[in-house]
Write a protein that binds this ligand. Structure first.
Ligand code: PAF
Length: 292
């Protein structure tokens, strides 16, 4: 199928890469740019803000919606990941009917071989998410590289909530000499501070309210980091979650923003960032904050 018809307004939607490439070739001019927002769907305000930035900075904007199997290290998480293509395309249409949607099948992307490429991200992949989600970043690298090959964007937009992913994508682009600018965009939050995420859809109203503790703890950790060393701040966060039985802290880490190497001794020339992953009723939430 090629186009969705919303009240006689046509929005381009592609399920296959060949038709997408043909369409992009037809709209491309010598100086025009393509902005690209890769997503796994279940779109929220955070995604829409990435699209708005792309629309403001490019002639054409492509949004991909694809739940990528190779980046899930947990079969249940993959199975339960929300798939809401119809609502997603409605939201995109309401934002801007000129956005080009690419919603491929697994076969269109992986051509029968659903496996990851192995990447060397100079150690970025071994910290935090990498420790707890083996193979996750090879899956992310594989899909992002594949999508870049298909869409050939000039600019690609990623949220800073997945800050480690953002650094890894930048590294992948650098190492593979890909001609695309990677733009990191600010985190969008619910009114109570909870970072917007497609996984929030699986939280009950009361879990959502309680999950405000994640960002509140990050803000307090940032305050404490001004006067305390890394070890004490980390211990303080651990204690906060140890006394709260509704949450299961997977990790809290303070690391150098560039290398993602955990902070041992604070040094003045480094920019530090705090990273957290917490389970609420088996739903895994992550968040991050700059400690500058
Ligand atoms: O951040 C995400 O939603 C995914 O990891 C991405 C970048 C779309 C790749 O599947």
């Amino acid at each position: 199928m090629f186009a969705l018809n919303f009240n006689k307004i046509i929005m381009p939607i592609f399920y296959g890469k060949a038709a997408l490439a043909e369409f992009l070739n037809s709209v491309k001019t010598q100086n025009s740019t393509i902005g690209f927002v890769p997503t796994m769907g279940a779109l929220h305000q955070g995604h829409l803000s990435l699209m708005q930035q792309s629309l403001a900075e490019n002639n054409n904007t492509v949004v991909s919606i694809f739940v990528n199997p190779t980046q899930f290290n947990n079969a249940e998480d993959l199975e339960k990941y929300p798939r809401t293509l119809e609502e997603d395309t409605q939201k995109i249409f309401q934002l801007n009917a000129n956005i080009i949607v690419y919603a491929p099948t697994v076969d269109d992307i992986y051509e029968g071989k659903v496996i990851s490429q192995n990447f060397d991200f100079d150690g970025l992949e071994n910290q935090m998410e990498g420790k707890f989600r083996p193979g996750h970043f090879n899956g992310v690298g594989t899909i992002v590289k594949r999508l870049f090959e298909i869409v050939s964007p000039n600019n690609a937009y990623f949220g800073k909530k997945d800050f480690q992913q953002l650094q890894i994508v930048k590294k992948m682009v650098l190492k593979n000499h890909l001609n695309v600018n990677i733009i990191g965009c600010e985190i969008h939050r619910e009114a109570n501070g909870l970072a917007m995420s497609s996984r929030n859809e699986r939280l009950s109203a009361s879990e959502k309210e309680q999950a405000a503790i994640i960002y509140q703890t990050l803000l307090q950790a940032k305050e404490k980091f001004k006067a305390q060393d890394c070890k004490s701040v980390k211990q303080w966060v651990k204690d906060v979650f140890d006394t709260n039985t509704n949450f299961d802290l997977e990790y809290f880490e303070i690391a150098d923003e560039e290398t993602l190497i955990p902070c041992d001794e604070k040094t003045k020339d480094k920019n530090y960032r705090a990273f957290i992953a917490v389970f609420v009723n088996n739903i895994r939430l992550i968040d991050t904050i700059s400690l500058k």
